[in-house]
Design a protein around this ligand. Sequence first.
Ligand code: ATP
Ligand code: MG
Length: 430
Amino acid sequence: MKRNPLAHVRGMNDLLPDETFHWQKIESVARDVFHRAGYREIRLPLVEEAALFIRSIGEVTDIVEKEMYLFDDRNGDRLALRPEATAGCVRAVIEHHLGREGVQRLWYTGPMFRHERPQKGRQRQFHQIGVEVFGISTPDLEAELLLLTDELWTALGLTGLTLEINTLGTTDERSHYREVLLDYFTPHRGELEPDDARRLDRNPLRLLDSKSERTRALLEGAPRLIDSLGPDSRAHWERVLELVTATGVSFRVNPTLVRGLDYYTQTVFEWTSPALGAQSAVCSGGRYDNLVEHLGGSPLPAVGWALGIERLAALVPAHRPKGPDAVVIPVGARAEAVCLALLRDLHRLLPGRQIESSLGAGSLKARLKQADRTGARRAVIVGEDELMRGVVQVKTLVGERRTDFVPRAELVEYLVGAAGRADSSVEDRR
Ligand code: ATP
Ligand code: MG
């Protein structure tokens, strides 16, 4: 089938108003949880030098090898749409010397871009909320970050998520393990699928992440990463387990959990939900103590995580708009100006109330029907008769129906009182 050149780009979706309401709720809950825990927002560009991602995420990773949106701008600079935000965040911390100002607890949100195969739970433009903390090397930070995610799930009314954690040790310990793994897999090289054979040559650790059944079966008998750890890494890991246990957040140790990005050291973790099907990862992250230095800054330890908003939104119980408190309906040309002025006054005097107008052509009956459809609680009607009498007609559209004629000057007072009377029945109806 011929593609419509003006249709949306595959994997980059519109978010329609019915969904944005749900997203806004999620974002505002997250913002509140972060604020209360002392995290501050950082806003980063969507475009960075491609080299930043290649250097931080690692050359032999799916993201860098096949998923980045790369382009040369008009100066010939090699740029990329960000596939994730940690690299940009680290770049900003280095450039603005934030590390000198003590511990940084940061959060961000926004779109990320990866040229993956679009499917349920996987888009090419997707959205993340993430946090990054700089300046703490001790395991209590891992515990804080996992607790923070857990608080977020609770605040969002989410249940049934599972947490898996693992340790990757230091860069040296991982290099050592890489050799061990290479020795183990080399005699089986011929049995591996081409992708995994290539991983074996270039980045054997990525085999732990393999989805191939053959590789998974071989992994059963493979040496374990934990046995390559030195005493410091072991102590760090033991303490992470102790502290996370103490927070009461339940978890499972998964010795084959590695992340698709090379910059992690020590602790890595992932929250999944069986309700999501194949794309079950909701949130993942870990410690990356070397990345700041690797990107040219002074050494600065860090831990972070990112969650996928699309996947989260699919799990969070739907938030539905309550509908307007009132819809102002003019009947006849003379009432229009009065209604616009009324609307202006109501918006000014009743902050926090949602008061809409019913404009355009259409009978009163059709407009009342439309108001009802939006879930409006009241209709404020102004026609010739009301104009003459200096009143407005207020129809209650939910709960116990009633019609009142209210002097125009008393409308605000009436609506303030009416909200108290009617809202309980509104909740009952929904
Ligand atoms: P996956 O294993 O699903 O590919 P990932 O390991 O690539 O995830 P990260 O790079 O750690 O994911 O990103 C953190 C979160 O962002 C994921 O847990 C997921 O919720 C979300 N995410 C990642 N890639 C996509 C995508 N293409 N579409 C939608 N959400 C995504
Ligand atoms: Mg991925």
